[in-house]
Design a protein around this ligand. Structure first.
Ligand SMILES: C[S@@+](CC[C@H](N)C(=O)[O-])C[C@H]1O[C@@H](n2cnc3c(N)ncnc32)[C@H](O)[C@@H]1O
Length: 276
């Protein structure tokens, strides 16, 4: 049975992006990030797919983490550490753990062999976790910023190509999702921007911040009875995101707060399921 959403502050009265006035400092930072963003789009730097050096064996974990990872390994037949370094491998287990627990607790049956889109996938470092969970017919990761240059000399695009290279029917698309026509049976969004500060923290210009349009597009691109799975940072952010979902016409199914994620986070991840 669906649980009621977490005590939702009436964000409609406290948060109105249309009336949002950015401070001078925010506008300056946005302008600065915008210059780099535009430059990266113009250069579209790419060398070759970037592959992490596999750690082989995870270390420094608590016994509860080892137990849970063993369960996930067995159930989903995965071994992320044979593909990635410690950080990415553990983070993939953490995302898989969240998906697994959130769907079990919500008793949410997961359709198999369907089209899955992940919105705002960064370099799609967690594509393998999504593959393991959904076993999709197609998996598409979309991010508005594709060519950020890393200190390694590789771009986000190179990293994404490395993360998806061995995965079946998986692609990485550089696009503004607000403008994308792409139907999917399941859409996922991990930590989408719903307030402006994280946009600047991610070194992006504020012009990419358009949550109303983003959630409207998610609702529009979902097939009939499709599922939208969202993860937010903490209860407050989840409440703001829920308001956008409802305004976009999405229907709440269930929500779950992970109090002990495999990888520690500053706020507990809040997972929620929505439908059309
Ligand atoms: C907080 S990050 C989360 C990244 C990733 N989902 C994760 O869990 O590591 C939000 C991401 O959304 C992307 N993003 C923001 N607006 C977008 C849009 N309109 N279309 C596509 N991607 C967008 C950003 O570039 C950024 O990579």
């Amino acid at each position: 049975m669906a649980t009621p959403p977490i005590a939702t502050p009436d964000v409609s009265s406290t948060w109105s992006p249309r009336e949002q006035r950015y401070s001078l400092l925010q506008r300056c930072r946005s302008l600065y990030h915008g210059l780099w963003f535009r430059l990266s789009e113009w250069i579209r730097w790419s060398r070759r797919p970037y592959h992490e050096t596999p750690i082989g064996c995870l270390s420094g974990l608590a016994s509860w983490q080892i137990t849970r990872i063993d369960e996930l390994r067995e159930h989903y037949q995965v071994c992320f550490e044979s593909h990635y370094g410690q950080h990415t491998a553990l983070a993939n287990y953490a995302y898989l753990d969240l998906l697994d627990r959130a769907s079990t607790i919500a008793k949410q049956p997961i359709p198999q062999g369907i089209a899955v889109t992940d919105v705002g996938c960064a370099n799609f470092w967690y594509a393998r976790a999504l593959q393991a969970f959904f076993r999709p017919a197609t998996l598409t990761g979309v991010d508005v910023e594709g060519f950020r240059l890393y200190p390694t000399g590789y771009s986000r695009y190179d990293a994404a190509r490395g993360y998806i290279v061995q995965l079946p029917h998986t692609s990485f698309v550089v696009a503004n999702y607000c403008e994308m026509e792409s139907r999917a049976d399941v859409i996922t969004a991990w930590y989408p921007f719903v307030t402006p500060s994280p946009v600047l923290a991610w070194r992006l210009p504020l012009r990419v911040f358009s949550p109303e349009r983003l959630f409207e597009r998610i609702a529009r691109n979902l097939t009939a009875h499709g599922l939208f799975f969202m993860v937010n940072q903490g209860i407050e952010e989840a409440a703001i995101a829920a308001t956008y979902c409802r305004r976009a016409g999405l229907r709440f199914i269930d929500q779950w707060v992970h109090s002990q994620p495999l990888r520690a986070r500053p706020h507990p991840p809040v997972a929620s399921w929505w439908t059309t």
